[in-house]
Design a protein around this ligand. Structure first.
Ligand code: NDP
Length: 333
């Protein structure tokens, strides 16, 4: 049934310009990597998308192989979109990607023109869309000439199947090269999607500066380190958490005594700021002016509400930042 969104949905959210483009993205975006697959509750997924949109989250991020099974997150998102939100399509920025394992054989992985174009066609069918707003190459391919991969992205924009293109997990040199090829073809590279959190600060080692120089946006994934930077694991491993679930990329073995010491220290800084650890983790990635949006995941509506409220307290004192640095070791240059 059609969802009637809150009329106040644009009152609280901040929208940041994506690099030097015309597109703005919400400071918090929602990713459907986990919890929207065929194995998950469609009703819970539906409730999270409704609430996210009501809170001003206009950007939903997918990939061909999100599920499990592969493709099922796009199918479920398509179902929800078609039945509940279709008249709001022009208020949404929908992204998908290809670059990881998707179908068997030599044409369902990495970065060939053959794979990327076929994969986007499949994604559009699954979601019931004529175009996506952003199509990403999901990871660099060391074997395919970058000219071929970027040529496929350029073609995708020209064919109207995506309005913009982006790259994910490219290092600064690869980024510089990819963006140059695209620019020569006449298609700007809108955005980079790297991982970034207090526990993984690699993009401070040159990528953020590169993106700034190139005028690209930056949407950072796993800002909560998949849930480690929340109060989820401070007192054990809840059975419904990502770490406890089979087949996820977060293992129980990551909840070590050393990690818990670190997490509890960060939690006490957050409490002094009047925030939860999860909220501080979002505010912290957003402190960098180059970061356009924090790309969160969620397993329930209340988590989305909590994370969006992080934007109420975005500022850090130099003392707080130094304390966080002393716990999480910044990248040294
Ligand atoms: P996060 O780091 O935000 O982790 C999300 C998880 O943290 C949730 O599923 C939930 O886990 C837990 N959580 C969220 N909010 C709270 C809260 N308030 N309190 C306690 N726990 C909370 O991001 P993800 O790792 O999910 O990644 C986000 C998105 O980034 C993906 O959906 C995808 O779109 C994108 N991504 C892109 C990649 C790429 O290569 N480009 C790779 C990976 C992700 P629980 O289930 O335990 O409740």
């Amino acid at each position: 049934m059609e969802h009637i969104p809150s009329t106040g949905r644009y009152d609280q959210m901040r929208y940041n310009r994506c690099g030097r483009s015309g597109l703005k993205l919400p400071a918090v975006s929602l990713g459907l990597w986990q919890n929207w697959g065929g194995v998950d509750s469609l009703e819970n997924g539906r409730a999270m998308i409704h609430r996210a949109f009501d809170l001003g989250i206009t950007h939903f991020d997918l990939a061909n192989n999100y599920g499990p099974p592969y493709g099922s997150a796009e199918e479920n998102f398509g179902r929800i979109l078609q039945s509940d939100l279709y008249s709001y399509r022009d208020e949404l920025v929908i992204s998908t990607k290809a670059g990881w394992d998707m179908w068997p054989g030599p044409y369902g992985d990495w970065g060939s023109r053959k794979y990327l174009i076929a994969s986007l066609d499949q994604s559009l069918l699954r979601m019931g869309l004529e175009y996506v707003d952003i199509f990403y190459h999901h990871r660099p391919d060391p074997e395919t000439p970058m000219e071929e991969t970027m040529g496929a992205l350029d073609h995708i924009v020209r064919s109207g199947k995506s309005l913009y293109v982006g790259i994910s997990q490219y290092n600064p040199d690869e980024t510089f090269k990819a963006v140059g090829i695209l620019r020569d073809l006449g298609t700007p590279c809108l955005i980079h999607q790297p991982n970034y959190s207090m526990l993984d600060r690699w993009i401070e080692g040159g990528l953020l500066e590169t993106l700034d120089n190139l005028g690209m946006g930056c949407i950072v994934f796993s800002p909560l380190a998949q849930g480690l930077l929340t109060n989820r694991y401070l007192n054990g491993i809840p059975p419904d958490s990502r770490a406890a679930k089979e087949g996820t990329e977060l293992g129980e073995d990551e909840i070590t005594p050393d990690f818990l010491v670190q997490a509890k220290q960060l939690d006490s800084i957050a409490l002094k700021r009047g925030q939860s650890l999860a909220q501080m983790a979002i505010a912290w990635v957003m402190r960098r002016p180059q970061v356009t949006s924090a790309l969160i995941g969620a397993s329930r509506v209340s988590q989305i509400e909590e994370l969006v409220a992080a934007l109420d307290n975005p500022r850090f004192t130099p003392e707080e930042l130094a304390e966080i640095d002393s716990i999480t070791s910044p990248v040294l240059r």
